[in-house]
Design a protein. Sequence first.
Length: 176
Amino acid sequence: MGRAGVVGQSLGGHTALLTAARHPELVSRLVLAEAGPQGPDDDTVGMIDRWLGDWPIPFPDRDAAAACLGGGRVGAAWAGGLRHRPGGWYPAFDRDVMVATVAAAVGARWDDFARIRCPILVVRAGDGVLRTDEYARMRRHPTVTAVEIPEAGHDVHLDSPQRWRTVVRDFLSLST
């Protein structure tokens, strides 16, 4: 099996980070979007739980879901992940499982981050959740290339898809 470029955003970024740190033989390049090794603020898990708890489930249709979930590309993307069941549209995940997964998976991982030897692209959204101090510390890693996309929010790939594609494509196409 060969090595691959691994891309992760948010919780997927934490998974990608751990994969690169603990299985370097699998990862040739790592892209972390709105994800870092610091771990959540004290209330991150509670905030996610409250946000998911505020969803008016079931949604009557995907358009109503998209509007409720932020509208635009972001709302449409979240609504696109819903599943139809009798009575309406539901998330494809269980809220309690999602909250427990975030609580268990997201913690300070600076030692893991320091072990990564492959090239790393860190993408921070101007209106996202990756904290300035964490981003600055990540930039000190010897293999990091850091890019900020100021016009984007946490779902940077949805908010600024063309810039996202260009940045990721250029990074992944570099020879090692």
